[in-house]
Design a protein around this ligand. Sequence first.
Ligand SMILES: [Zn+2]
Length: 80
Amino acid sequence: MSELKQEHNLSVAVCPQCKQESRFRHLHDTAHGIEGTHMAGSERFECAFCGFTVTPAMASEFPGLRFTLDGSTPDTEKAG
Ligand SMILES: [Zn+2]
């Protein structure tokens, strides 16, 4: 019923290491390995060719990569 092996989370951006348009995998760690959770600060994109890692701190240089877990909440942290 659940489709865990999906490759839809690939974004295209210019890799500074490959010097070409590359596919980036959207990665993040789960809390204690629990499916569906997210370890804060672990979100990153990884170049499918060379493994170059883009962190949310570098997001402004990669407009094609959308950080939906860590990067989209600059100052407005929700208490809870
Ligand atoms: Zn690369």
